[in-house]
Design a protein around this ligand. Structure first.
Ligand SMILES: [Mn+2]
Length: 353
């Protein structure tokens, strides 16, 4: 056999590298096509039986010089890379995905846009307590330029013995206030049995953190003709959060607003830990507007303004904040609600009105 020089052998290695690359790329393309097919048919991407069969076939053809073990390791790497390619293909198919829809989802409601160029401010008390309370708060908020009023009628409380909300009476108060001040109303729906009732009174339906995993409720929301603000579960990953949004989108309701409201960590000086990084990451991954609820994230009022500014700087489409005419006697979440003068200061500090 004719002896090759070192440089000749190196040239050969260079050529072989490119051939391997060419083969890998070809293999990758086929994998993508399979991923697309599986996504459409809802088939699980990982098939361990098929993988071990492939490894068996490959090692049975191995003629060296690499050991079977090394060959298996190398191919295992190729399989893993293929799996992530396939997963990418599947995620692309999700309705929330930015890869599927490039432009932002903009929700228009009575002349107001959520997810457009201008951030929105959602304010109001934790709970609807009485007409007088709501009247005092709403009158003040309107003067500050607020267009969306929040207030809970159905309250998910940690203890069954604390105030559970005024329920239907609360919804009626919200409607009256909405008509008096021309405000858009957002309120929580907790149970599929109340959905029709709440949708009758509210303009935007809020799904609380505790209900982010209530898939039967999410499915029903897909059929409702109202925008939905879905709050992130306090123990949920961003991926789980988006999957929950997908439940609503996939049933035909494309008006979904995400709400980051903090996640539970070991930190006790704030009620939750606001996940600032979730804002730009979710914006990259999906096309839905994102509101940041600073009150439930913080559980305190003293750092409201810098945190709201941070959320806006990170790309939030709006801020939600709890405000009460007399936080000291509020029936729920007293510690985290801004008083009305504090709210006015807050508005000045964040300067989005
Ligand atoms: Mn609250």
């Amino acid at each position: 056999m004719e002896k090759k020089s070192l440089s000749e052998m190196r040239e050969e290695i260079d050529r072989l590298n490119l051939e391997i690359l060419e083969l890998l790329s070809r293999r990758g393309k086929v994998v993508q096509a399979i991923g697309f097919l599986k996504a459409n048919r809802g088939i699980e991407t990982f098939d361990p039986e098929r993988e071990s069969l492939m490894l068996e076939t490959i090692t049975s053809h191995n003629r060296g010089p690499f050991s079977d073990e090394i060959i298996q390791k190398l191919f295992k790497q190729i399989f893993e890379a293929s799996m992530s390619l396939m997963k990418e293909e599947v995620t692309q198919e999700f309705l929330f995905s930015r890869r599927r829809k490039k432009e932002n989802t903009i929700i228009e409601l009575e002349g107001l846009t959520i997810g457009g160029d201008k951030p929105v401010l959602i304010a109001g008390p934790c709970s609807v307590e009485s007409f007088r309370q709501m009247d005092a708060i709403a009158g003040f908020l309107v003067e500050c330029g607020v267009k969306i009023l929040r207030g809970g009628a159905f309250k998910p409380r940690t203890s069954p013995y604390t105030f559970q909300g005024l329920r239907k009476k609360g919804l009626e108060i919200l409607r009256q206030i909405s008509e008096k001040y021309d405000l858009i109303i957002i309120t929580e729906v907790m149970d599929p049995r109340h959905l029709e009732l709440v949708a009758e009174y509210a303009d935007i339906l809020q799904i609380g953190s505790r209900n982010m995993h209530n898939y039967e409720l999410l499915k029903e929301l897909g059929e409702v003709k109202r925008p939905i603000m879905l709050k992130r579960g306090f123990m949920s990953t961003m991926e789980e959060f988006l999957y929950s949004a997908e439940y609503i989108l996939s049933r035909g309701n494309s008006n979904v607003i995400l709400c980051e409201r903090g996640i539970r960590t070991f930190e006790r000086w704030t009620r939750n830990t606001l996940d600032i990084s979730a804002i730009p990451i979710l914006k990259n991954e999906c096309h839905l507007p994102i509101i940041v609820d600073i009150s439930h994230a913080l559980g305190r009022t003293d750092v409201s303004a810098p945190i709201a500014r941070a959320a806006l700087a990170a790309g939030a489409d709006g801020i939600m904040v709890e405000t009460h005419n007399n936080p000291a006697v509020a029936l729920s979440d007293g510690d985290q609600q801004l008083s009305l003068p504090e709210f006015r200061e807050f508005c000045r500090a964040i300067n989005i009105m």
